[in-house]
Design a protein around this ligand. Structure first.
Ligand code: MG
Length: 256
């Protein structure tokens, strides 16, 4: 079911967005060569406790998950791109890390993801992150009343295809509200002018993710982490966006 939020409710969603943005900023600053993924999870966990927020991940147990997630953060490194289960791994020079974080504050959820390179970057990784970020911006730009869901999807997919990247349609964006995953599903490619008509009050997570040389993934033995089939690296960028009469409002915008 698709739920629309009133302007007052969207105001109530701002603290969750700000908190999630602050956690993503803290994680991007902490991520460095020699840092363990479990330390990043601990940082996010501490911030949740201090803020009195609620993790969307720790008890998360969907049909595709092997068991409850047990951590508050997704950390996907190199050929891992989504749902990376934090484990005992120390970041190495040149690793491409994607962090994905969702939490509830005052009963409202926000969800955001960011890819960074720790240490010395490979040019191709910086380019992949740049394209993914540009696809996110294009998707956000299309998230306005009068457009349709397919306009968001087409905007994202168009950036990917122009860069020669394939698009996987198994996992994409989603409605966000009292819980992390609601309707509608927001595919990362589609046809302009098709699908749900966008109305003020629709709040969605827009989250392009791309792999260098494939659009196929498989699930790691941990039951969660999704890796590229050919071992190529992935990037993932996500914001929670409220569609308002004035256009898109990025609730998880990070302070400059
Ligand atoms: Mg997310």
């Amino acid at each position: 079911m698709i739920e629309l939020r009133t302007p007052a409710q969207i105001e109530q969603m701002r603290p969750a967005g700000r908190f999630v943005a602050d956690v993503i900023t803290a994680l991007s600053r902490a991520a460095d060569v020699g840092v363990n993924l479990l330390e990043l999870d601990e940082i996010a966990h501490r911030m949740i406790t201090e803020r009195g927020a609620e993790s969307c991940y720790i008890d998360y147990h969907p049909s595709f998950g092997a068991s409850p997630f047990g951590k508050v953060l997704c950390t996907s490194v190199n050929d891992a791109v989504l749902h990376g289960l934090p484990h005992d791994y120390v970041l190495q020079d040149g690793d491409l890390l994607s962090v994905d974080f969702a939490a509830s504050v005052d009963g409202w959820v926000s969800d955001s993801a960011l890819s960074v390179v720790v240490g010395t970057p490979r040019t191709e990784d910086l380019e992949l992150i740049e394209v993914t970020g540009r696809a996110l911006e294009a998707g956000i730009e299309a998230a306005r009343p009068g457009n349709r869901l397919g306009d968001i999807s087409a905007a994202i997919g168009g950036v990917a295809r122009a860069a020669g990247l394939g698009v996987n349609l198994q996992f994409g964006g989603h409605g966000v509200g009292r819980t992390m995953h609601g309707d509608p599903h927001v595919p990362n490619d589609g046809r302009p002018g098709r699908g749900l008509k966008l109305k003020p009050g629709l709040v969605i997570a827009i989250e392009p993710w791309f792999l260098h040389t494939t659009d196929e993934i498989y699930t790691d033995q941990d039951g969660w982490t999704l890796r590229s089939k050919d071992g190529s690296r992935g990037a993932h960028m996500e914001h929670t966006v409220a569609i308002t009469a004035d256009g898109p409002l990025v609730l998880t915008e990070r302070a400059a």
